[in-house]
Design a protein around this ligand. Structure first.
Ligand SMILES: [Mg+2]
Length: 195
């Protein structure tokens, strides 16, 4: 039996990127004048503007360092539910980044999840969204509404809490991995298994 294709974003879906970046900032800028410890829950901007002591170049740099990946943790329940989903779905991780980030991400997925997950790295220098990835007949999960909007996936779900980059309506929001798991199992039984 051919399994349905499930395309998952990485940052903000599988892993808690905001917490890892804020951890690095709080460590590195502690002794700078005007420093105030930032909590992950205080971040509401795509470019970490709440972290006042660091420039946007610092955050771009963090994303390309092994140290960022050493700080990364799974979103709550993501690890175990991802393993369960792999029984029913052909899982791809589709993620945006610069070359060092994409290389490190691919290694992280191989080492922390499974070599059976296919990684599709989308070069940020060449593509502003993920529409270059053919997701025909598949399901796409992303926390960025614009990536969903421009994708040709058949089913699209927005993941996580509400942020300025995913406020747009029209997509079912899965607030947690338990929520996402339920939606995907339902979709699989109602649509894909009936084809
Ligand atoms: Mg994301």
């Amino acid at each position: 039996m051919v399994k349905p294709k499930l395309f998952l974003d990485f940052d903000g879906v599988i892993v808690d990127t905001i917490t890892a970046i804020v951890d690095l900032y709080n460590e590195d800028f502690l002794k700078y004048s005007g420093f105030k410890k930032v909590l992950p829950s205080e971040i509401n901007s795509w470019s970490f503007e709440e972290c006042k002591c660091a420039s946007s170049e610092i955050f771009d740099f963090y994303f390309n360092t092994p140290r960022f990946f050493n700080h990364l943790k799974f979103m709550e329940n993501a690890e175990s539910l991802l393993w369960l989903l792999m029984y029913d779905f052909d899982v791809y991780v589709v993620s945006h980044g610069h070359t060092p980030n994409l290389n490190l991400k691919s290694e992280w997925i191989y080492n922390h999840i499974s070599k059976d997950i296919k990684f599709i790295g989308v070069d940020l220098d060449k593509h502003k969204d993920k529409s270059c990835v053919d997701m025909t007949d598949g399901i796409f999960i992303d926390d960025c509404a614009n990536n969903l909007k421009t994708s040709n996936a058949t089913y699209k779900f927005v993941f996580g809490e509400e942020y300025p980059w995913n406020k747009e309506y029209g997509y079912i929001r899965c607030i947690s991995w338990i929520d996402l798991y339920k939606e995907l199992i339902y979709l699989n039984s109602m649509v894909y298994q009936k084809e």
